[in-house]
Write a protein that binds this ligand. Structure first.
Ligand code: ZN
Ligand code: FE
Length: 266
């Protein structure tokens, strides 16, 4: 279990069917986890010697907060940092856009990213062990994005635009292993994208060995994720084919892709 405590390397603890509870230990030897939908894998890590001090929560869905009660009970003094949303119990601190959070000896900035839910936030570190890092919950996935449960396409696109403006080397840590099914949709949108074809091959090989496809860099996502590529000619052409006319705006391009993805079967 020594890999669990390797400083500054985000470790995905598997939970449920396809969730990852990201765990990150800093140079100071303390550890944070993100979106513990289940307490058990986290408590197993604590039993193995991890010094858990902080929980970061991105949004209120049960597969992201289901473990909070048990963690708060088992670990008195545990800091639980969450957005302003009473649907998330057990928070010891509520944060909003631009606020700074220090966890595992790493400085994070809170970015509000409404769309999947109205109060969804992401945590960005400019320097986590020398590399930028993003915990983005269910907003940005590798080769995809979250469903619009409580937001409009314009809100979600604005949220994705904010994340896409981070440095190319940013390690993207999202909460679900959806990459392979997203890949089929991304290929349908942009069949001629050579960077996408290479990523799909990489993902196929990773999943064949049951390896996580994450973290992925933002630069790689910008080159391959259709939802970050609404300004690309090929993506606009696909959106036009779905709409039966030219999209009137990039929001309309994004909305056409998101609606198609909702019903897409590979
Ligand atoms: Zn969710
Ligand atoms: Fe989720």
């Amino acid at each position: 279990m020594t890999s669990l405590a390797t400083p500054s390397i985000p470790v995905p603890l598997p939970a449920f069917e396809d969730n990852y509870i990201w765990m990150l230990t800093g140079d100071d030897g303390t550890t944070l986890v993100v979106d513990p939908g289940d307490a058990d894998p986290v408590l197993a890590a604590v039993a193995g010697g991890v010094r858990l001090t902080t929980v970061l929560v991105t949004h209120h869905h049960s597969d992201h907060i289901g473990g909070l009660a048990a963690l708060a009970k088992s670990l008195p003094g545990l800091e639980i940092i969450a957005p302003n949303d009473e649907r998330i119990p057990h928070a010891t601190r509520r944060v909003d856009d631009g606020e700074r959070v220090r966890a595992a000896g790493i400085d994070f900035e809170v970015i509000t990213v409404p769309g999947h839910t109205r109060s969804h936030i992401a945590f960005h570190a400019a320097n986590a062990g020398g590399k930028p890092l993003l915990f983005c919950g269910d907003t940005l996935f590798s080769l995809g994005c979250g469903r619009l449960f409580e937001g409009t396409p314009a809100q979600m696109l604005a949220s994705l635009d904010r994340l896409a403006a981070l440095p190319d080397g940013t390690q993207i840590c999202c909460t679900h292993e959806y990459t392979q099914s997203n890949a089929a949709f991304a290929l349908a949108v942009e069949p001629g994208n050579s960077a996408l074809l290479a990523r799909v091959e990489e993902v196929r090989a990773q999943r064949a060995r049951l390896l996580p496809t994450l973290p992925v860099t933002l630069g790689q996502e910008r080159a391959t994720n259709p939802f970050l590529r609404c300004d690309e000619a090929a993506v606009r052409i696909t959106a036009a084919a779905r709409l039966g006319r030219q999209p009137a705006s990039r929001v309309e391009t994004f909305a056409a892709l998101r609606e198609w993805k909702n019903i897409f079967r590979a």
